[in-house]
Design a protein around this ligand. Structure first.
Ligand code: GLC
Length: 578
């Protein structure tokens, strides 16, 4: 085994072992909180910071070591907090700065790291900077991207054909300034002009402000939109070429995004921010402050966010490969390819991360089938690197039903009733299920901002705590296993045993070998693990079973013959160390 692993390491076969003294984030279990829907402490039906503080112990209970929170800063809520009007203030809906400070203090006591959502691409149109920019005030004039557009036959036209992610032109006419401004998202989310050094400095100061307040890092929102192509010598912007995906010019997919995302300057912004974080650590001590960046770019581009020859980048450029490329029909070879592809494309010395859901995507159980909920939790928590769980996925929450009348997500509301379900992000944002009681124990009030999903009585923290093989208990067991040296620091090999079964081997000299075995489909499979892994011990035992298993925890099994029931996913542990 040792020989094979060292050969594989040399060949760069996706094996990697983590240093025992690795920084905290490398093997952290991150948990994304969407504060509006996590826990309401004051009965108004909307989650808040005191609600988060109240539930920090729950994060401890489920083995989470760090949480990133979607925005809770001052906002008119056109995009539910992703439209910030004051980057240094807590929105009263979520509480006060004191509530924030209490939350951070409690998190520190519990040793749960707090990661803030940093939204640099745009502000709200109600942000003071935008109001002043629109008024043409000298200092703020170029904080955003402005253009007068063109007049053709007496009709005013936008500067280019760029389309907004939330439908329609990305340019909005401003009566006051008599110019268009760019907004890649909602028209209430004007894009900053990052070619303006003053804007860069403003945003750098936002980072410093929250570092001073004690946060452990930032999740950077929509970074790949930060730059657009520079205007030409006449100050104009080129049209993007047509895509053949749709004939609807208002749909985001109408154009091929060559000028509005993934511009070469963008990763350098992240390098600049990393310097600020490192400098802060140097000046103030403490553990490493981190950046997690959101970019839905091709993998080759994502890798630039890790850094380059001369600069450090984000510790965690989100790995969305499993979200983007897998669907319910994907076979084990596809999983194997995607996982190993990330590991082998990662620059040397960098660390992996695994994401399968967030507040913008349908729930895992709704995308891949409720029978695969444990599968993804096992996969994310036993792969090498850090895992990122979206709130409620540990319970196996499914998409909640939100009628057209109740829909509030701008991405859906800007479209049509016929297909709003395809665009709406509301179903994944329904309130967290704490109990089987009224309104799932989310609020003491009489209503909730989005309806509580109908199946809450079955899938909730209280009920699942009491069911030995509930998703919640499987998740907790996984977190215990995650403490094992082989899974914390060991090498990894990821192999499809056949088209149906994926296997993840974790091993470290002097320790037990762990194998996660995932039966993706609904037939019984019998596998010989020696077909895919060399030098395995012969005898294993069940270290984790799920409600699909007929075996019990601790049952023995030979590596040459493991039978998996339909959709069964287990973790095996060798009976001897290696
Ligand atoms: C990111 C967020 C999403 C938001 C958008 C604009 O993609 O995850 O929720 O709407 O950026 O800020």
């Amino acid at each position: 085994m040792t020989t094979w692993s060292s050969i594989a390491l040399v060949l760069g076969l996706g094996l990697l072992a983590v240093d025992a003294a690795a920084p905290w984030w490398q093997t952290a279990s991150f948990y994304q909180i969407y504060p509006r829907s996590f826990k309401d402490s004051d009965g108004n039906g909307i989650g808040d910071l005191n609600g988060v503080t109240e539930k920090l112990e729950y994060l401890k209970e489920i083995g989470v070591t760090a949480t990133w929170l979607s925005p809770f800063l001052r906002s008119p809520m056109a995009d539910f907090g992703y439209d910030i009007s004051d980057f240094k203030e807590v929105d009263p809906l979520f509480g006060t700065m004191e509530d924030f400070e209490n939350m951070v203090a409690r998190a520190k006591q519990l040793n749960v790291k707090i990661i803030l959502d940093f939204v640099p691409n745009h502000s709200s149109d109600e942000c003071d900077w935008f109001v002043r920019s629109a008024a043409g005030e000298e200092k703020y004039k170029d904080y955003y991207i402005w253009h007068p557009g063109f007049v053709e036959n007496g009709v005013r036209k936008p500067p280019s054909n760029w389309v907004s992610v939330f439908r329609g032109s990305a340019w909005e006419w401003h009566e006051g300034r008599q110019e268009y401004y760019l907004h890649q998202f909602h028209k209430k989310q004007p894009d900053f002009n990052f070619r303006n050094p003053v804007v860069r400095e403003e945003m750098n100061n936002v980072l410093r402000f929250w570092l001073e307040k004690g946060v452990d890092g930032f999740r950077v929102d929509a970074i790949y939109h930060a730059f657009e192509i520079e205007a030409d010598e006449n100050g104009n912007y080129p049209d993007e070429p047509r895509n053949d995906w749709t004939n609807d010019p208002d749909e985001y997919g109408y154009t091929h995004k060559i000028y509005t995302v993934d511009q070469p300057e963008t990763p350098h912004l992240v390098y600049e921010w990393r310097e600020i974080l490192d400098q802060f650590q140097e000046d103030n001590g403490g553990e490493e402050r981190i950046l997690m960046v959101e970019t839905w770019s091709p993998i080759e581009i994502v890798m630039h966010y890790y850094g380059n020859e001369t600069a450090e980048g984000a510790q965690i450029p989100f790995n969305f490969q499993l979200i983007v490329n897998l669907n319910e029909n994907s076979d084990a070879y596809h999983y194997e390819y995607l996982i190993n592809n990330w590991l082998s494309q990662m620059p040397s010395g960098k660390s992996a991360n695994w994401v399968i859901g967030n507040h913008d995507k349908n729930r895992v159980g709704s995308r891949f089938g409720a029978d695969r909920i444990d599968l993804f939790n096992i996969l994310l928590l036993t792969l090498p690197g850090c895992s990122i769980t979206y709130q409620g996925e540990e319970l196996g929450m499914l998409d909640g039903y939100v009628s057209w009348e109740d829909t509030v997500d701008p991405q859906a509301c800007n479209g049509y009733e016929e297909n709003y379900m395809w665009n709406s992000r509301d179903p994944a944002r329904t309130p967290m299920h704490w109990t089987n009681g009224k309104l799932a124990g989310f609020t003491s009030g009489s209503g909730t901002w989005l309806p509580v999903a109908q199946d809450y009585a079955e899938r909730n923290v209280q009920t699942e705590r009491g069911a030995p093989l509930s998703h919640l208990n499987v998740y907790k067991r996984l977190q215990q296993l995650r403490q094992e040296p082989s899974i914390q620091q060991g090498a990894a090999e990821i192999k499809a045993v056949n088209g149906y079964v994926l296997a993840v081997e974790r091993y470290l000299s002097g320790n037990y070998v762990y194998i996660s075995l995932l039966n993706i489909f609904d037939h019984i499979e019998n596998v010989n693990l020696n077909d895919v892994f060399r030098g395995l011990p012969d005898s294993f035992q069940y270290a984790l079973v799920t409600d699909k298993s007929i075996k019990q925890l601790g049952d023995k099994v030979s590596s040459s013959s493991v039978t998996l029931m339909p959709h069964e996913c287990v973790v095996l542990r060798s009976t001897t160390t290696i």
